[in-house]
Structures are given as C-alpha cells and as structure tokens.
Design a binder for this molecule. Structure first.
Ligand SMILES: Nc1nc2c(ncn2[C@@H]2O[C@H](COP(=O)(O)OP(=O)(O)OP(=O)(O)O)[C@@H](O)[C@H]2O)c(=O)[nH]1
Length: 211
C-alpha cells in the first residue's frame, strides 16, 4: 500500500535581510519582488505534487527579528527547515551556523529535513562567504546545501524546496509524528485570512504549483 504524507510544515529561518521572503515567494510564485514587510511571520499554504503524490505544504516565513520564544516554538512546529543566509553577509552566515547547531540540539537526529541556503549569489562582487564554507557547514550538520539567487531566477529556490520536501516526506513516512499547532500570536498573517490585509500583492495569493 502506498503511504501518503498529507501535510509538510516548512520553517524558513535566518538573519534579517538575508532574503528569506524573497526565496519563499520565488518558490511559491516564481516571482521576485524587491521589498517585503519585516513586521512579522507569514504562513503560506499550497499543494505540491511530486513523485506522483500530492501534499499540503505550509511554509512559515519567519521574521528575522523573531524573539527567542518564537524561535523555540518554530523549531517544535516544523517538519522541515530552510536556513537562509546571504553570501554577502558574514554575520548572517554565522547566524545560520548557530541555527543549525540549535536544530541539532533540539531535534531528534536524522528525523528532521534541513537545507542550508546561501542566497544572493548574483551579487558575486560583494560576496564574503565562499561556496566551500557553505558546503563545509552543511557537511558538519549533515544537511542539504544550495546557493541560490532569489533575484535572478526561480530555479534554485524550486530545486532546494523540492529536495527539502522530498526528504521531509521520506522521514515522515518512516517516523510519523504528532502535529502541533502554532500559537496564533506568533503568526501575524495567515494565508487565507490575509486577503486584503497585506500591502504586498504577492501575499494576497494562494499559490498552487506542482513540482
Ligand atoms: N541582489 C539580491 N538581492 C536580494 C536577493 N534576495 C533578497 N534580496 C534583497 O534583500 C533584501 C532583503 O530581502 P528579504 O526577502 O526581505 O529578506 P528577509 O530575510 O525576509 O528579511 P526580514 O523579513 O527582515 O527577516 C531586499 O531588499 C531584497 O530585495 C537576491 O537573491 N539577490
């Protein structure tokens, strides 16, 4: 009997301005929009079909200025994590390293899908974090690694999320875990309820795509 995983929860973490929202929106809509509000977390919901199986995917785009308490809750809530840094910002890379360490400490080993995303690879002239450093960090924590440019194309973000979802689904099929609700106070806007409330047109959409 073929087992299906009906819901996959992805949390996108990383420093402020690393490009989390840009990467998420690129993945969901294939569009790039230069500026996003940083005032809170955004929860997106869409249906992704891959390997012939359809799953409801929830993507939580966290605010880089998230408080520690929120972070702990996000870590409990997610099935999969995308940790974003900017290749032009060493502090964001150090923050990504700390987040990976935190994930390792707080999640069961081998039970969590994690990807490290070095964003803004189009800004080669401003690069301060080498590709090899990202690779080394991902090897240290046994996670996936991609360098992407949300500004330049949707291909990198799509590839990275597809691989992350595939891993999350594989883990969930082996180790079904009880679902936890995300406390309402930590999500400022929920897709489906944000219609008309967001000042960003892209966030008024309910994306749906097959990958
Ligand atoms: N050149 C370039 N700029 C990018 C890229 N991705 C994001 N940016 C820019 O980087 C800035 C921050 O992007 P956001 O997506 O808002 O970053 P964030 O991590 O969500 O920021 P917070 O909401 O503050 O946590 C914006 O000015 C984006 O236009 C990229 O791939 N290349």
């Amino acid at each position: 009997m073929k087992m299906t995983v009906n819901r996959i929860r992805v949390v996108v973490l990383g420093s402020a301005r690393s490009g989390k929202s840009a990467v998420v929106v690129r993945y969901l809509t294939k569009r790039y929009i230069g500026e996003y509000s940083s005032t809170g977390d955004f929860l997106y919901q869409h249906r992704a079909t891959f390997d012939g199986v359809s799953s409801e995917v929830e993507v939580l785009d966290t605010c880089g200025c998230a408080k520690r308490g929120c972070l702990a809750e996000h870590l409990r809530w997610g099935d999969a994590f995308a940790v974003v840094y900017s290749v032009c910002d060493r502090r964001s890379f150090l923050a990504a390293s700390e987040l990976l360490a935190l994930l390792e400490r707080t999640r069961l080993p081998g039970c969590t899908a994690v990807t490290l995303l070095g964003n803004k690879r189009d800004l080669e002239h401003a690069r301060v974090v080498k590709t090899e450093e990202g690779q080394e960090l991902s090897l240290r924590y046994g996670c996936q690694f991609y360098e992407v440019s949300a500004a330049e194309s949707s291909a990198g973000a799509a590839l990275a999320f597809q691989a992350l979802l595939r891993e999350a689904r594989s883990i969930a099929m082996l180790l079904p875990t009880p679902r936890r609700k995300l406390a309402a106070y930590s999500v400022s806007k929920v897709i489906g309820t944000i219609l008309g409330l967001s000042n960003k047109s892209v966030r008024k959409k309910r994306p749906s795509l097959s990958i």
